[in-house]
Ligand binder design. Sequence first.
Ligand code: ADP
Length: 642
Amino acid sequence: MTLSVELLLSLSDEMLILVDPRTLHIIQASPSVTKWLQFSKNEIEGKLITDIECALADVFFWQSVQSGEFSAVVNGEGIYQDANGGTLTVEKTVQQFELGDKSVIGIRARVSTESKVISDALEQVTASLQSTLESTADGILVTDLQGRIINLNRRFAHLWSLSDTILAQRQDKRVYRAMAKQLFGPTTWRSLIEDVRQARDADTFHSLTLKSRRFLESRSKPFVVRGQLSGRVFTFTDITERMRTQTELQAARDQAVAASGAKTQFLNHMSHELRTPLNAIIGFAQIIKDDAPAKQREDADHILQAGWHLLALVNEALDLGKVEAGRMEVTMQNVCIDEIASACTSLTEQLAKKRGIRIWNNITHTHQYVKGDPLRLRQIVLNLVSNAIKYGRDGGNVWLSSSHDERGPTYITIRDDGTGISSEDQAKLFQEFSRVGENQQHVEGTGIGLAVSQKMALLMGGMISVQSKVTEGSCFTLRLEHVESPTNESSPVSGMGTAPATFLADKTVLYIDDDDTNRAIFSIVLKKKLGAGKVILAASGKEGIERAQTVQPDVIVSDMNLGDMTGMEILVVLKADPRTTHIPIMAFSGSGTREEIEIAKKAGFLHYLMKPLQIQELADALRAMIAHTEHPAIQPNTHKTL
Ligand code: ADP
């Protein structure tokens, strides 16, 4: 073929092929053949035509041609196989020519439009796949089973900072080497490769740390072609920002925990600091009340009420800290609700009087008992009654009542005819720091009372519910387990307030406390109220130990935080000394968590009382301690815990 013919042929999109009818070898093929079938010119010439026309009908056709039986084909349909094993549908015309003395077969084939549509569609799919790959935020790498790179996206190249040269060369080794170089520790990369090799049809996941202080997550999935495992698709996600946020969040959380710890510590400390002067106020008021004439007794009562109220506030602040730290505990006992109700009404009497509100306490003399922590129960009822007064109307009413169904729970109800609460606001009532309604800004409060009360009720196995109508009033109901009778009747102190008790008459009590006021109160109470035979006071741990060793008192009461020693240290010294080891010792402290109290008791303190001093409670504890030394088998059962 001359050059001009070749030129002409190259312009045509049709495939022109000349075949030797004897050998069936391709003698010559036009440039469009190399284009469509993707063989090089050298590969195509000399190839058997049956390697291209490979359908069964074609094989029969060419066998006939070889044996001299040729029949021309005009616009017949055929299938051609290309260099990659793919197929093309063609329309072909096959004719015989005489070239000089030689006979040749000429084929004119055109890729059928249908086939074109498919290859166009394929091209489109490939293009859209590529743009999908490019549009993802993750780096993507596709490999065959041997790890040879089949495809990758730009994001992958960017994540691994692969240079354009490496990309253009597309040498797998260079790509992998560039990746390995950036990773911390060669083991990471090796283990990744190894895991991937072993995973076969499983998914893999790796966290990668780069030397540039970036963090990537790599996941891989196998891909399957015609049921055959063919390779793997890797995604690489940059999680540096996420890690940074997480670290910051963790730091913030740690800071919050530390702050909350500091707050709890502060609250504990504050409670101790406040309890000490309160101890003096309440202690002296109790002493004055019993000895003073009627008018002064009333004044002393006011001091006492204010003192107890202040104590309740200290406790509330402390409770909030405990609730927030999830450390609140309750000591369950059978509690008489009559006593709780009257204690709460007398504490709020003054508050009610000021507003002209009448309190109707219908719980007195009902002799009903519930299962609960007496301190917590008192706190809840006190909060509900004082709220009923605070948010009640001037000259209004507050009713306290209780009911108990046959074998059902006990309901304690505190009702008022005050402002009321809208149903929308009722939903927010038990949330911390939630104050609702229009008038609340004129009323003193913090919005924590109900939240803490509800938590305490839940801890006691009960619940507080509310019913209310705006302008008509509110009704708060506390539900608690009903019990038939008290388990532990507290032993009354004989002649309290009139004549001193006699059980300490021949006893010597040693009291160790570095606070002058506390020592003064204690001394008066022990001598005057409890009729102690002898009271010895020590102002430091060291002095207390010396007095205990020389005097050998019948009972020792010690503060837990003295300037020179802790109560626990005093106990250890006294228990180790044969002169003092038998003497019962009781703790009297301004603060103490439940754990601290438990530890102190395990160490050997028979009782652990909390300040402020309550004469009845002290009498009960001392009586039990004396009984214990005289009859060691009787275990003490009176103690006050937080
Ligand atoms: P405080 O009284 O310190 O604000 P509480 O937690 O005890 O906190 O009460 C939360 C809020 O619930 C109060 O601020 C008040 O708006 C509302 N509330 C509580 N009891 C009553 C009541 N009996 N009548 C009307 N509103 C009440």
